[in-house]
Design a protein around this ligand. Structure first.
Ligand SMILES: [Zn+2]
Ligand SMILES: [Zn+2]
Length: 329
């Protein structure tokens, strides 16, 4: 893919896929596409294809930030952009005021793909089918050393920052202990579950996420026996949102580690719910509340059933593992 029979880059093919990917609907495997872009950039940053790949890497950096769950893909891109930055150096614009550098915007995947193709193959199809007005096709501006040096510097900075946010262990916020622990050192579930319940839609609620990370760390150390099931449900609730919200893999790793400490022995115990257990996602915090309310309250739907909870936790471990390793098949 992306190469012609003579070994040169097929810019039409790559441009189409770059646009698909940046729109969020890749046709191929994004980690392969990004790997190819990084490898070509690294090999010869200042060659024609290297400059074209610089535009592709720059245009891809937000996609990588939100969608890529493998740190190796990130590191490869960072290495390539760093190499380009070194080669381009502190180059300045070759025609200050004399030309306008193209704008590579996240809102215009086709535009980015076209600039890439025009740099890489100025005689190729993109040149003939250009979406740009003829006077806007300024190859000198597209190949301007100052323009490319800026792209390289920004790509390195943005990717490094995104890597920290996505792959380094989320910080423990000490002030949360004050919020989520009672004076005698128990979990304050009212406070914790109120924050967990803030997670409602597909994008991740940062407060709910912090609460889930706190619950996960509590589960891995310090949780009292009776706290384990409601803490696990709090973690499981945010775990279920990882795909929809593109959660950082480092955060999901905490969820996985935490849920794996949960005793799943109840999976093998019989229970009186042959038709299954209530697993409606939005009920999860309520289910956790049921566990901490005094026994004797209604348990009409088997909400407290240890086997039901173990089943759900087990499912969420698999779900999270498939998220963080979804490309490693
Ligand atoms: Zn310039
Ligand atoms: Zn049951």
């Amino acid at each position: 893919m992306y190469y012609k029979d003579d070994g040169s880059i097929d810019y039409e093919d790559l441009g189409n896929e770059l646009a698909n990917m940046l729109h969020g609907y890749p046709y191929g495997e994004p980690q392969m596409t990004l790997g190819m872009i990084a490898d070509e950039l690294k090999a010869a940053p200042d060659s024609r294809q290297g400059r074209a790949m610089m535009v592709a890497a720059y245009a891809s950096r937000w996609y990588a930030k939100w969608q890529i769950t493998e740190v190796a893909v990130f590191d490869n891109l960072i290495e390539a952009a760093s190499r380009a930055r070194e080669v381009y150096g502190a180059a300045i614009c070759s025609a200050p005021g004399g030309h306008e550098h193209p704008e590579i915007s996240a809102d215009d995947p086709e535009g980015a793909a076209e600039v890439m193709a025009l740099i890489g193959d100025p005689e190729g199809r993109a040149a003939h089918d250009s979406l740009l007005d003829e006077e806007d096709v300024d190859l000198d501006a597209m190949n301007c050393p100052g323009f490319l040096a800026e792209l390289a510097a920004e790509t390195v900075e943005d990717l490094k920052e995104a890597r920290r946010g996505r792959f380094e262990a989320p910080p423990t916020d000490a002030s949360l202990d004050e919020r989520y622990l009672t004076e005698d050192g128990r979990t304050n579930f009212d406070a914790l579950l109120s924050d967990i319940e803030r997670q409602k839609y597909s994008s991740i609620d940062p407060i709910a996420q912090k609460a889930a990370v706190w619950a996960g760390r509590r589960l891995m150390g310090g949780a009292l026996p009776e706290e384990r099931a409601p803490l696990a449900l709090a973690v499981a609730y945010l775990t279920k949102h990882c795909y929809w919200g593109s959660a950082a893999p480092s955060v999901v790793a905490v969820y996985i580690d935490a849920l794996k400490t949960f005793d799943l022995a109840a999976l093998d115990q019989p229970c009186p719910h042959p038709n299954g257990h209530p697993v409606r996602l939005r009920d999860t915090p309520r289910r956790a509340r049921a566990l901490i309310s005094p026994p004797g309250d209604a348990d009409d739907h088997g909400e407290r059933c240890p086997r039901g909870i173990a089943t759900y936790v087990h499912e969420m471990i698999d779900y999270a593992v498939s998220y963080t390793s979804r490309h490693e098949q």
